[in-house]
Design a protein around this ligand. Structure first.
Ligand code: NAP
Ligand code: 8YV
Length: 316
């Protein structure tokens, strides 16, 4: 009898092939009637392999023998860990293997935003260089900027290392001061924004950080302020961000993540000093494969030894 798994949505070939070789995988996305499929196979499912959710009591109640959710990605705000703990279901994620890739993306996004490289490239491609002359000088520069990192964790620290090499001063905010970190700590996000002109959001999503970057924080950042979001869309109040950009309360924004992905508010797209990316922080083949391998490794370790490789902190 092979162990039965649920796969709610398609995953990378590296994941599908390895899981197919070892388990019976029920692909919910292929079912004509997903509810009927869940009713039929739900009690047999012992593991879930997935990229995004939601995972909560509503789903777990249909999977009474589920033991583990192996999630693709380091952020797991789509998973209700309280519900999983109550149902005695292990939750794993894919930290570390994507840290450097996401930090690279964050730096690229910051440079694109400050120096308007996307807009400058469009200027060239649209024939404006030849027809009208050089792209206008950017009114912002990275030189002399102070970077405030909201969420100085694995990725935040990798961003800080890179930003230091670019000559930026670094400050940070999190729930607590880190004793081994020399960068100035700010107990409040508004305090961080006041001390900085560039705000790097790399904190997790979820209720605790929902709309943490609000109108007051943006006002504190000031008219030369630039916000970069490589964390989660829900951490920024998107309506407040649009208003702050429209009213000149801040200067610009670079966004890899959005509140209601893949929807991006049209009001953002018409703003001149906004750079947008379609959630590509970790999106190289090599890094995504490493994340996928960790999804597989967690399932294999769990069913072989009863221990997961990379459980989310709430499971410890
Ligand atoms: P991490 O090591 O856990 O770091 C998260 C940091 O956020 C910690 O330093 C933590 O500091 C802080 N934090 C957590 N909850 C907070 C709260 N309620 N208020 C204030 N600060 C809080 O995680 P990571 O590996 O760096 O990943 C960070 C996030 O990046 C992920 O959760 C994910 O959402 C996002 N991400 C995005 C992409 C992308 O493609 N754009 C890719 C990967 C990850 P304290 O404990 O001191 O509060
Ligand atoms: C992934 C991410 O694109 O790891 C994360 O938290 O946001 C990205 O690396 C995403 O999780 C894929 O679902």
């Amino acid at each position: 009898m092979t162990i039965e798994l649920l796969m709610p949505r398609p995953m990378l070939p590296i994941v599908q092939e390895q899981l197919d070789a070892r388990y019976t995988v029920h692909r919910l996305y292929e079912a004509e009637d997903p509810d009927a499929m869940l009713a039929e196979i739900g009690p047999k499912v012992r593991g879930i392999a997935m990229a995004f959710g939601p995972v909560n009591t509503a789903l777990l109640s249909k999977l009474p023998n589920a033991e583990i959710v192996s999630s693709f990605g380091v952020g797991y705000d789509h998973i209700n860990t309280d519900d999983c703990l109550a149902a005695q279901v292990m939750v794993t994620h894919t930290p570390d293997v994507l840290t450097e890739e996401v930090a690279d993306t964050a730096l690229g996004l910051m440079l694109m935003t400050v120096r308007e490289f996307g807009q400058a490239e469009r200027w060239l491609r649209q024939g404006n260089w030849e027809a009208k002359g050089p792209y206008p000088l950017t009114q912002a520069t990275l030189q002399g900027r102070t970077l405030g990192i909201f969420g100085l964790g694995r990725i935040g620290k990798a961003i800080a290392k890179r930003a230091e090499a670019f000559g930026m001063r670094i400050h940070y905010h999190g729930r607590s001061k880190q004793d081994d970190i020399a960068y100035p700590y700010h107990a409040s996000l508004t305090g961080l924004a006041t001390a900085c002109d560039t705000l790097m959001v790399v904190a997790p999503g979820g209720t605790a950080t929902h709309h943490a970057v609000n109108a007051d924080v943006l006002e504190a950042l000031g008219p030369t302020g630039i916000v970069i979001n490589i964390g989660r869309g829900t951490v920024i109040d998107e309506a407040a961000l649009i208003a702050a950009l429209e009213n000149g309360k801040i200067y610009g924004a670079g966004l890899d993540v959005f509140e209601a992905e893949p929807h991006v508010p049209p009001a953002l797209l018409v703003l001149p000093r906004v750079t947008v990316l379609p959630h590509v922080g970790s999106a190289s083949q090599a890094t995504r494969n490493a994340m996928g391998q960790l999804v597989v490794d967690n399932l294999n370790a769990w069913f072989e030894t009863g221990k997961a490789v990379t459980p989310v902190p709430e499971m410890n």
